[in-house]
Design a protein around this ligand. Structure first.
Ligand code: HC1
Ligand code: SF4
Length: 573
């Protein structure tokens, strides 16, 4: 152990501890901008400088270790002056139009400048202007970039992709898409992790709220909105609601007040996905198709984009089931349109998602005899939902619990846990068990695959069902996924069924969720979904009464000709 003094407090920490962590353990947070634990510890911003007694130069707290007897000052007059100069220098290269910035009031640079009482800029402004394709779902504003390197490191270490790179040197250094490509040419999975880890407003999703509001204002359009499982676990963070207040029922109320004609829960179509995917899995497993390579889940478009660009030869291993979002859209434009007597052309299908990649998935076009075009017309992130609620001056405390509409009212706990890593697999296994054994398993029979923390991001298990050993794996985070797929591809790991989610912790940690300066909240949000599952009246997708009626009245059986036509894709489009 090492003994030292930080701002007059005695501290005792293990050898090798950083000054930043030692200070934190003593209740002394050191201001910082670029630091992200175990991801970006390179002191690029130099905001975390501290003074050490007996040394002439400041040291950065994030990447320097404690030493025995050290006397550290994190906020001495000299430190404060130097830190102010550093931040003023950063501000001189940053577009400080906070009033028009999407991250205003949730920006680490703004908070820091306010805390340091910076009311003017000392240096001449020098903003970098870089062209950007504003139609792409991920938007970069070079004028706001502070070169902290977080996006570069997050894309490399969490997403395993390396879309971003540092170019140039000294004052001319800049972040750009790597390999002199445009963002559309790069293999961006659209997981959005660079957005949720950006400390300022340099990265954001394309805002589609105006498009949605135009449809609301159009009297011809019937606007149907679905809300993804993971949104309920995080939207309240953006409005100051606690978990008991931030119910999905209150999201439905807010959407109705904004003008939606019908509101639904994507957990319903998650149950529908399970019906299709579990029966597809049993069929592919039984006919020997999965002897060498597993079937992969296909509901995460970040993962699907990653697989298609990095391992195109494995595309055929994906489940052919569309994602719950797309299934809901296609059911809206077929069965639902017929039932309410509206031309599918006039159904405007909207999805509130925790995800940026869903904005890309929405572009998939389908040409059926029933309708042509998109299953989903507009995707809004949890953050866009929160912004709309604020824009409509809805007081969060006045929201009331409200039920989803019929015909797709009922949901199950199995559908709700889709939003957490392992949830799709667990829901599928509950239904596969029922198909193979003819009875329900205990609802928590497969809970060993739930993840409590990031650790390796991989969970493996073998379950014996009717004398068959089912080898499954669940992975989250694309860098972890790359390691796993390399092994599957090389034949050194064998599974029958693999769930992949691009974002750490699954959709609850999605790139469209409220931002907390890189703080990892995905696993706490996931626990909330498991709590909702435990307290659900129905916990098996195949027991959902509205799912049963949908098959009785429209699709017949899972994987029927009609179901295939409306609910599946070959992923090669
Ligand atoms: Fe997800 Fe899914 S779980 S992909 O993360 O399968 O976005 O929440 O809606 O489609 O259900 C996202 C979440 C979501 C789909 C479902
Ligand atoms: Fe989107 Fe969920 Fe996939 Fe993340 S894990 S890219 S939020 S679907």
């Amino acid at each position: 152990m090492v003994n030292l003094t930080i701002d007059g407090r005695s501290v005792n920490v293990p050898e090798g501890t950083s000054i930043m962590d030692a200070a934190y353990s003593a209740g002394v947070p050191v201001p910082h901008l670029c630091f992200l634990k175990e991801i970006n510890e390179i002191a690029a911003c130099r905001v975390c400088i501290v003074e050490i007694e007996g040394k002439d130069k400041f040291v950065t707290a994030c990447n320097n270790k404690v030493e025995e007897g050290m006397v550290v000052y994190t906020n001495s007059p000299k430190v404060r002056l130097a830190r102010r100069r550093t931040v003023q220098m950063i501000l001189s290269q940053h577009d400080c139009k906070c009033a028009t910035c999407v991250r205003s009031r949730n920006c680490s640079l703004q908070t820091l400048a306010n805390d340091l009482n910076i009311t003017d800029t000392l240096y001449e402004e020098r903003l970098e202007v870089q062209e950007w394709d504003k139609t792409f779902p991920l938007i970069r504003d070079s004028k706001k970039c502070i070169k902290c390197m977080r996006c570069v490191q997050v894309c490399d270490k969490i997403a395993g992709l390396g879309v971003w790179t540092l170019e140039g040197t000294g004052a001319r250094s800049t972040i750009n898409v790597s390999g002199s490509r445009t963002i559309a040419e790069a293999d961006c999975s659209l997981c959005g992790q660079c957005i949720t880890h950006c400390p300022v407003g340099a990265l954001k999703e394309r805002d589609d709220t105006e498009e949605f509001l135009r449809a609301i204002a159009d009297p011809k359009k019937v606007v149907v909105v679905q809300v993804a499982p993971a949104v309920r676990a995080a939207w309240g963070e953006g409005l100051g609601l606690d978990l008991s207040e931030a119910t999905v029922g209150r999201i439905f109320d807010s959407l109705r007040r904004i003008g939606a004609d019908y509101v639904f829960d994507t957990a319903f179509s998650a149950d529908l996905t399970i019906m299709e995917e579990a029966s597809e899995f049993i069929a592919r497993f039984s006919n020997g198709e999965l002897k060498d390579k597993p079937m992969f889940t296909s509901c995460c478009p970040g993962w699907v984009r990653f697989l298609k660009s990095n391992y195109p030869h494995l595309t055929g291993q994906l489940s052919s089931a569309k994602s719950p979002m797309q299934m809901f859209g296609s059911v809206m434009k077929t069965h639902f349109a017929q039932e309410i007597g509206v031309d599918p052309e006039n159904i405007y299908s909207v999805a509130i998602m925790p995800c940026v990649a869903k904005k890309g998935e929405r572009n998939m076009e389908f040409f059926n005899e029933e309708y042509a075009g998109h299953d989903t017309d507009c995707v809004l992130t949890s953050r866009e939902l929160v912004r709309m609620i604020k824009a409509f001056h809805i007081l969060p405390e006045t929201l009331e619990d409200s039920e989803p509409d019929h015909l797709f009212h009922d949901v199950t706990g199995a559908g709700i846990i889709f939003g957490a890593t392992g949830g799709v697999m667990e829901a599928a296994l509950r239904t596969a068990y029922h198909s193979l054994m003819g009875e329900n398993c205990p609802p928590d029979a497969f809970k060993v695959i739930r993840a409590e923390s990031q650790k390796t991001g991989l969970t493996e298990a073998t379950f014996n069902l009717k004398d068959i050993d089912l080898r499954i794996a669940v992975v989250n985070g694309l860098a972890n996924t790359r390691r796993l797929i390399d092994e599957i591809d090389a034949g050194t790991k064998k599974y029958d069924f693999v769930e992949v989610m691009a974002c750490p912790g699954g959709c609850v940690g999605g790139g469209g969720q409220p931002i907390h300066d890189g703080e990892e909240l995905a696993f706490a949000r996931g626990k909330n979904l498991y709590f909702l599952d435990k307290n659900s009246k129905i916990r098996y997708s195949h027991d959902n009464p509205d799912i049963k009626s949908l098959y009785e009245n429209y699709f017949g059986t899972p994987n029927s000709h009609k179901a295939h036509h409306v609910l599946h894709t070959d992923h090669f489009a």
